[in-house]
Write a protein that binds this ligand. Sequence first.
Ligand code: FE2
Ligand code: FE2
Length: 324
Amino acid sequence: MRFIPITQYDERTMVLAKPVYDNKRRMLLGANTTIHPKYLEKLIQLGIKQLIIEDAESKGITLEELMDMPTWMDVVDNVQQAYEAVRMKKPFPTKPVLMGAGRLIVEINSRPVVIPVPSKTAADEVKPYAHPVNVALMALQVGKALGYNELMLRDLAVGALLHDIGKAAAAHEKDHPEAGFNVIRGIREFSLLAAHVAFQHHEMLDGSGYPRAIAGQTLHDYAQIVGICNRFENMVTDEDVPPHEAMERIMALSSMKYSTEIVQAFVRAIPSYPPGTKIMMQNGEEAIVTKITSHMQRPVVRFISSGKEISLADNPTLMIAGSN
Ligand SMILES: [Fe+2]
Ligand SMILES: [Fe+2]
């Protein structure tokens, strides 16, 4: 299976590899079905921008690395419950959020790399809740790369899942970090560190962030991790920046806006070219990423013309020029 922009869908050659869900997270189309052109229009109207499909080119790509979709949907639901509770001023669903955090930790502990279900595959109404789940999934892998223990991972996951919860409480976007801090701080089962993730996720190392423009040592590592993953997720989902370019932009801000150590962990933990991505090699050959074995930035690729598969980790002179 592989990822394609929805505009590249061709019903003559492609079938869905994963189900497509509507704006209420109900399954619209199951795996192994084709999309009728009339239906495709409907999906585009819902805001779905990416599909996971199977075709001749994706043969043999199993996307083992992709997060289990039903689990992902459940955690998205946990997050949505939290937002709705805050919005309606109802009792906060503490247990579902802790359970969601726990399930993400199980996911990242089960294998070397877990790639999020892209938010672009979700309808617009679902994206605000898919976003924190994907930020949390990435943040946990950065935490893992930094050698965090279970307790640290749990606080990081709760902070990441709820980093934007203030958006459900604050009238203005600029007030959401503090509003989120106050929501999380009020819940006994959550650590104050998780609350600080919400408060500080838009702060920058050089003091150019908001809301308090704090700098350097006062910035907590968890907030930096979530800040980086948040930026990356927003670039890829809302700004149509390809993951490898988003990665470069994050690296460019290393030491100035983001801690070097955390950016390095991010590069070790998050692949620039997720499996199922079509790429262009520097010699002009087209290829497709088939899997990631050891090195996050040096995947196994298959050349489209010859069908030959090689590991870039073992062939350091072969360079990827970009994705298409
Ligand atoms: Fe935010
Ligand atoms: Fe965010």
